[in-house]
Ligand binder design. Structure first.
Ligand code: GAL
Ligand code: ZN
Length: 663
């Protein structure tokens, strides 16, 4: 990531950004003027334009119609609304697939996916690439230097996968680069198993639909390739933009914990990290889940501010049953993002569509028009964000790091594993939850991150670990760090080969413990702490032995260790050989925090209240259904209202305060 360009390039003169996806091509021009007026009244200062406008700009191959876009950008720039201009390459027009069917993606069964929806392109198709890059070149040439242009939005939500012959050829090229020769590939993929040995490169295809379980090493390389193939396309677009507009930052919108794309490898390739976030109003874990993805974005941005590119003011239209957000909810969610490092709060979309597949998706201006409860809330929120301008650019300090890795996620969730109930993101959330409940800020980091600055490092699951990353975790503890490692970690190497010997082989020494069997549990498993207090674990157990560590909890029936704690070097390493119930994981977390000397932002935080410190501002957000009183010490000012606070703060449901501590 080039530090020269970033969110500060945008917020410097504007404070926090507020706005959304603007799709004027769906409306007659007289509506545009009203849009701009309403945007100004709502404090909108950034809109994303053109995401799905390929067919409008290039109505037939090679044609260019920029006139309408000139007028849109002209209106916006006259109103001093900055534009996040999209390269419209996420959704090619029907003519591309009609004339060049090879640009259409093919699924694992060999079926072509057609136009009539969106995203129908093969990431490895030369024709798609050529057409997309030619359009991006003309777009950049036309709008370089335009006063409205503030940010580039490359594509949209990259995640396409294709199994066509062109993709298979690209996969082989990628494999040659990774493995060198065919012998090395056969070795890495363990092709002596099931007679899978490849004798010529051309025999290798993508993991297409097959009679039974697919080779896990092939599958793992496929995940890697798919992420890299999309990245290569993103970079090609980005390079065109960067060459023509070196002072305009570039982003592409991520999708949180999205499996097909390794965002650690992508984030450094953009100037601004941005994310689309659609918490499910029907899921009680949404507040914690959302906090976790926000922390991931901050981690991807290297601790710098990021942009919430898309969220919804109310219901979406793509869940089976789309529960709306109650009044105050989108504001609460928006401020949650600010608290966790977002410097821009944007929505999908500005004006609700009249036609098309998303006409039942909420927007900033609903079908019923601006004179509505919902739009009034949008306006009020846009206005109040100005009061938080000083928060822009402020860091969110964290003493705790949580390690998450895409390759390990891919390797773990393969069909032939001991249990499909041990999943990477579920493990991540269960270890995150007790920290979130205690108001402890967490940085999400890749396994290769420097860890020495953290008091506590939590590794909920690292099924795949490299020798170097395992050694770094060991070093971290020796140097005085506190480490917590969850079950089924350290099991395979980068080729998804089992590390033989007692597990987790590369972490055995630092953990002072090792195991010999994985024992997925048929039912809940009783456990007890060393003082005899009982708790329940579920789903997963391991047959472990202490080798220097103390067993702080054991499986009641077998008396074998369930949770181990090892003092080694200057630090402490914990290993959790099961999936403890939430309260027990909370207890374990509290002990590890005590080992690390880390405390939450506010002691005695009531349930449902989130507490985060950003710069000198303490954000308190009530996600609970009841009013809550939070003990806050010292005089403070609520930036959102200007009101003074001293002593306990009472928060109604969905209320937020942003307290700047005085003095
Ligand atoms: C995102 C997408 C938007 C819109 C939105 C609806 O996936 O980028 O274009 O479809 O979801 O929630
Ligand atoms: Zn393809």
């Amino acid at each position: 990531m080039t530090a020269r360009l970033g969110m500060h390039t945008l917020t410097r003169d504007r404070g926090l950004l507020f706005g959304g996806d603007y799709n004027p091509e769906q409306w007659p021009e007289h509506v545009w003027a009203e849009d701009v007026e309403l945007m100004r009244a709502a404090g909108v200062n950034l809109v994303t334009v053109g995401v799905f406008s390929w067919a409008r700009i290039e109505p037939e191959p090679g044609a260019r119609d920029f006139g309408w876009l000139d007028r849109v950008l002209g209106l916006l720039s006259a109103a001093e609304i900055a534009v996040d201009l999209a390269t419209p390459t996420a959704s090619p027009p029907p003519w591309l697939g009609h004339r060049w069917p090879e640009t259409l993606p093919v699924d694992e069964s060999g079926h072509r996916l057609w136009y009539g929806s969106r995203n129908q392109f093969c990431p490895s198709s030369p024709v798609y690439q050529e057409r997309a890059l030619s359009l991006v070149t003309d777009l950049a040439d036309r709008y370089a230097g335009h006063p409205a242009l503030a940010l580039w939005h490359v594509g949209n939500e990259y995640g396409q996968v294709c199994h066509c012959d062109e993709s298979a050829a690209a996969f082989r090229t990628w494999l040659r680069e990774r493995h060198g020769d065919l012998d090395a590939l056969n070795e890495a993929w363990g092709t002596t198993f099931w007679s899978q040995r490849y004798s010529e490169w051309d025999e290798i295809v993508t993991p297409r639909r097959a009679p039974y379980l697919i080779n896990p090493a092939q599958q793992l390389d496929w995940w890697r390739f798919c992420s890299d193939a999309l990245l290569a396309h993103y970079r090609a677009e980005r390079d065109i933009l960067r060459e023509r507009t070196p002072d305009t930052p570039i982003t592409t919108n991520f999708m949180g914990l999205f499996k097909p794309v390794d965002y650690w490898s992508w984030a450094g390739e953009e100037d601004v990290v941005s994310n689309d976030c659609y918490p499910d109003p029907g899921d009680p874990l949404s507040p914690a889940r959302t906090a976790l993805t926000h922390d991931l974005m901050r981690g991807l941005a290297g601790g710098r501010p990021w942009l919430l590119m898309e969220q919804s003011t109310s219901a979406v239209n793509w869940r089976p049953h789309n529960v709306p957000k109650p009044p105050g909810q989108f504001r609460l969610e928006s401020l949650q993002a600010v608290a966790r490092g977002a410097d821009g709060l944007c929505y999908f979309q500005w004006r609700a569509s009249r036609f098309g597949a998303e006409r039942f998706h909420a927007a900033m201006v609903p079908h019923a028009g601006p004179d509505t409860r919902l739009h009034a809330e949008v306006r009020a929120h846009g206005q109040e964000l100005r009061r938080l301008a000083s928060v822009a650019g402020q860091p969110v300090p964290a003493q705790v790091a949580m390690v998450f890795d895409w390759a390990s996620w891919w390797a773990l969730e393969e069909r032939g594993r001991p249990s499909d109930r041990l999943n990477a993101t579920d493990q991540l959330l269960s270890y995150y939850l007790p920290l979130w409940e205690r108001g402890v800020s967490v940085d999400l980091v890749p396994p290769s991150a420097g860890l020495s600055g953290y008091a506590l490092v939590v590794v909920p699951n690292l099924f795949l670990v490299s020798d170097a990353d395992a050694a770094a975790l060991t070093e971290y503890v020796r140097g005085g760090g506190v480490l917590v490692v969850g079950p089924f970690s350290g099991i395979v190497d980068e080729r998804a080969h089992i590390r033989t010997g007692r597990f987790p082989a590369p972490l055995r020494e630092v953990l002072g413990a090792s195991g010999e069997e994985w024992l997925p549990a048929a039912e809940d498993t009783p456990c007890r702490w060393a003082d005899g207090t009982e708790f329940t674990a579920h789903t997963w157990t391991e047959l472990m032995a202490a080798e220097g560590a103390e067993a702080v909890a054991e499986f009641t029936e077998s008396g074998r260790p369930a949770v181990l704690r090892h003092r080694t070097g200057e630090g402490v390493a914990w290993y959790v050989a099961t999936m403890p119930e939430p309260a027990a994981l909370g207890e374990l977390t509290a002990r590890a925090l005590a080992d690390a000397g880390v405390r939450g932002a506010v002691p005695g935080l009531p349930p449902g209240v989130e507490a985060v410190r950003r710069g000198d501002v303490l954000f308190l957000l009530n996600h609970g259904a009841e009013a809550a009183s939070v003990p806050v010490s010292g005089p403070a000012e609520d930036l959102l209202t200007g009101a003074a606070a001293d002593g306990p703060v009472t928060l109604a449901p969905r209320a937020v305060v942003a307290l700047r501590v005085q003095g």
